[in-house]
Design a protein around this ligand. Structure first.
Ligand SMILES: [Zn+2]
Length: 300
């Protein structure tokens, strides 16, 4: 997965220095996709703009915790998902999860970056879970990249349905129009590769995986989703919209958006299609900027 790109890195650098224009720019850059995501999760339940506002404030007040080895977009989505989870819990109502695919769990990767004091035992536990998630992500990423490099995107689709969505072999086979035995074969080979990758890990990292729970399917799914291991690049979604994406990426992109129904990638899709149709929501940018900029100068 890509690290924070140079443009984002530059923005964050400036924001850390208290640059208000940079903060405005960051809001402009990300508000569309974040708002689209919030609206998809909070349809008729809560105010998507409130969730966006809290996300931006959460981000700006926890900037010092932001790790540039993780993509900014993923980090912002993680905070937003946490905020949305709070709204949904508060109202004790649940949206229809059937519409799209997203997490309704407490993934360790999704713990709110907080400025408040955390008791040290909890902090240590959190750190261990994070390190475990890092190791799981590392080996899953290797598998995904290997399948991509070898052009085995159809196999990647199988793995994604099994590991990420959590379908059974039979259902995955049906969904993809493939033979159930073939699906089982793909899974068998993937598990074999994962075991080899685990063997190649350094002893410390391997030790982190000993915990039974870490290798459970639930953890794998949570890490895969939380780290967005097979999510599409925004530029890929843009090409898809323009109709210039070629096979096999075209099929894979359609699969991730329509079969997996990844809500974060769909939010990007929606944002990008809105961009070509109408002017960006300037009002929203201004409201978001006004409500959060005070935190910026206060900390700057
Ligand atoms: Zn995605």
């Amino acid at each position: 997965m890509a690290q924070t790109n140079d443009a984002d890195r530059f923005l964050i650098e400036a924001i850390r220095g208290g640059d208000q224009r940079a903060w405005h720019q960051l809001i402009e850059r990300y508000q569309g996709r974040l708002l689209a995501f919030a609206r998809s999760r909070l349809r008729g339940v809560g105010d998507a703009e409130d969730a966006l506002q809290e996300t931006l404030m959460g981000f700006v007040t926890s900037l010092k915790h932001f790790d540039e080895n993780r993509p900014l977009e993923t980090y912002l989505f993680a905070i937003l998902r946490y905020k949305i989870g709070e709204v949904l819990t508060k109202r004790q109502r649940h949206p229809e999860y059937t519409e799209g695919f997203d997490i309704d769990d407490d993934s360790p990767g999704l713990v709110e970056p907080s400025v408040s004091e955390t008791p040290s035992r909890l902090a240590a536990e959190h750190e261990r879970t994070e390190r475990q998630a890092d190791v799981v992500a590392t080996i899953l990423r290797r598998l995904i990249e290997e399948l991509r490099d070898r052009g085995k995107l159809e196999d990647l689709q199988v793995i994604e349905l099994l590991f990420y969505v959590g379908l059974r072999n039979k259902d995955a086979a049906e969904r993809l129009g493939r033979d159930e035995k073939a699906v089982a074969g793909v899974k068998f080979r993937a598990l074999g590769r994962l075991r080899e990758f685990v063997d190649e890990l350094q002893a410390d990292d391997r030790g982190l995986l000993d915990d039974q729970q870490v290798s459970s399917e639930a953890t794998i799914a949570r890490v895969w989703r939380g780290r967005r291991l097979s999510c599409l690049k925004r530029s890929t979604i843009g090409s898809y919209l323009l109709g210039v994406l070629e096979e096999p990426w075209l099929s894979y992109t359609a699969f991730h958006l329509d079969a997996v129904k990844c809500l974060m990638c769909r939010a990007n899709l929606e944002d990008l299609s809105a961009e070509t149709e109408q002017a960006p929501e300037v009002d929203v940018t201004e409201r978001m900027f006004q409500s959060s900029v005070g935190f910026l100068s206060y900390r700057g």
